[in-house]
Design a protein around this ligand. Structure first.
Ligand code: SF4
Length: 77
C-alpha cells in the first residue's frame, strides 16, 4: 500500500519523518533496488512512490537519497 494523505497526516501527528519523492523522478529504480521495503515503482505514473509504513529506516532512505541521480528524494523534516 502506498503512502496516502491520511497516512502522511498520522505520521506528522506522531512526528515521524518520511521520505518524499518529487515529480522530477526519472523512474530509474535505484531507490527501489536499495530500499525495496520503502519505495515502489508505480507503472501508471512512471514515478517511484513511498510505501505506507509505521516508520522509515534512516540508513535505507539515506542510501536511496544518495543514489538518486536527480536528487528528487527528500526527508519530510
Ligand atoms: S532513484 Fe530517484 S529518480 Fe530513480 S526511481 Fe528513485 S526517486 Fe526516481
Amino acid at each position: 500500500m502506498l503512502l496516502t494523505e491520511e497516512q502522511i497526516k498520522k505520521l506528522n501527528e506522531k512526528w515521524v519523518r518520511y521520505p518524499i519523492v518529487e515529480d522530477s523522478c526519472i523512474w530509474c529504480s535505484a531507490c527501489v533496488a536499495i530500499s525495496q521495503g520503502v519505495f515502489e515503482m508505480n507503472e501508471d505514473t512512471w514515478k517511484s512512490e513511498v510505501l505506507n509504513l509505521e516508520s522509515y529506516e534512516d540508513l535505507w532512505v539515506d542510501d536511496s537519497i544518495m543514489a538518486c541521480p536527480v536528487e528528487c528524494i527528500k526527508w519530510s523534516k
